[in-house]
Design a protein around this ligand. Structure first.
Ligand code: NAD
Length: 331
């Protein structure tokens, strides 16, 4: 299989390294508007590169879109027109108009698109999803979830990210739907730039708190912080009438306990994405290549990504207008 990789930045490099290890992948062709990056990555992998990403659409079997967020929707429209199965990083876009255009093009074309919500391939989140589907937790009353970045992204990334809700907390909105099997009905969101004023320069926030009501009766509290001195701390706790479970809580979780008799965390502390989600990034790319090879259904569709993005947009509106926002306001 020949894979065209668009975007040779942080996540594109990670995906390329995984693809390079897969036997079914015969060739990777890299494209990036920063040609030096495309050349550097392709030579590191012994792959090839093209100057213009458009050259890929007639020469490869599948596309991986890992370029900056504002390019995802136009490239999805291109891959739909070319009839190519596509892996696309989250989010689909920074605004709902271009999200809808891309989703319409993908769904009309019938191409398989797998969105980059790698947490769906993490063992802990998958197990929670299965336990809840089996009813093993009883009625799920409350979900508490958090994404705390280790180091904040660079200013040039903040400028084009779309903001904390569609850029970072969208992972929480997707995994909340996946784990609970419920849809979000209403959100209330607030935020601040306390401690990281640089985010204010881009009309963004660095700390966010979201409360959500789900259609099965569950309530959720989600927090996001753009820096954490100990490392990348991504967790979820699910409280049911029959059981309570935690995901991402282990002796290496990057938080210092003050309780007597415990000496946590232990080395190595989880400091980055790779320590926390390395296995999930590998599993999601293996799943993509296998799905393409077997002509199977997407494990994480564009419609899933649209649902998470609408929740992100509702959070933005809630924070800006200082009121609870119903998801149906966007239908
Ligand atoms: N799933 C995850 O956990 C995860 C993690 C990080 C980033 N992401 C997503 O991946 C995307 C890229 O993030 P990143 O951290 O790698 O950013 P990055 O800035 O490191 O890399 C982006 C790359 O895209 C290239 N690019 C920009 N416009 C292009 C175009 N029109 N055509 C081809 N290449 C173009 C840039 O030159 C750069 O090399 C973002 O949308 C981000 O939300 C997802």
């Amino acid at each position: 299989m020949r894979i065209g990789l668009i975007g040779a930045g942080r996540i594109g490099t990670l995906h390329a390294e995984v693809l390079n290890r897969l036997e079914t992948v015969e060739e990777i062709v890299v494209a990036d508007t920063d040609t030096d990056r495309a050349i550097a990555l392709s030579s590191k992998l012994n792959a090839s590169h093209v100057e213009d990403p458009a050259e890929l659409f007639s020469t490869v079997d599948a596309i991986v879109i890992a370029s900056s967020t504002e390019t995802h929707a136009p490239y999805l429209i291109d891959t739909a027109a070319a009839g190519l199965p596509t892996f696309c990083e989250k989010p689909i876009s920074k605004d709902l108009g271009s999200m809808d255009s891309a989703a319409t093009a993908v769904n009309a074309s019938g191409i398989m698109v797998q969105m980059g919500f790698m947490r769906r391939f993490d063992v802990g989140y998958r197990t929670a999803h299965e336990l809840i589907a089996q009813g093993a937790l009883g009625d799920v009353m409350l979900v508490q979830a958090q994404t705390h970045d280790f180091e904040p992204p660079p200013a040039e990334y903040i400028a084009v990210s779309g903001g904390i809700f569609p850029d970072m907390l969208i992972h929480e909105f997707d995994i909340l739907r996946f784990v609970t099997g419920q849809e979000v009905l209403e959100v209330t969101a607030t935020g601040s730039t306390h401690g990281l004023p640089v985010f204010g320069e881009f009309e963004d926030i660095s700390t966010a708190v979201v409360t959500a009501k789900l259609d099965g009766g569950t309530l959720a509290v989600i927090t996001g912080v753009r820096t954490d001195p100990h490392g990348y701390d991504v967790r979820m706790e699910v409280f049911g009438t029959a059981d309570s479970v935690a995901i991402g809580l282990d002796p290496h979780t990057p938080i210092r306990t003050l309780d007597a008799g415990l000496d946590l965390p232990r080395d190595p502390v989880t400091v980055g994405w790779l320590e926390r989600f390395g296995a999930a990034y590998t599993a999601e790319m293996e799943a993509f290549v296998n799905t393409v090879a077997n002509n199977g259904p997407s494990p994480c569709t564009v419609d899933d990504a649209c649902a998470a993005q609408v929740v992100a947009e509702a959070c933005r509106r809630s924070r800006e207008t200082n009121r609870p926002v119903l998801i149906e306001e966007f239908s």
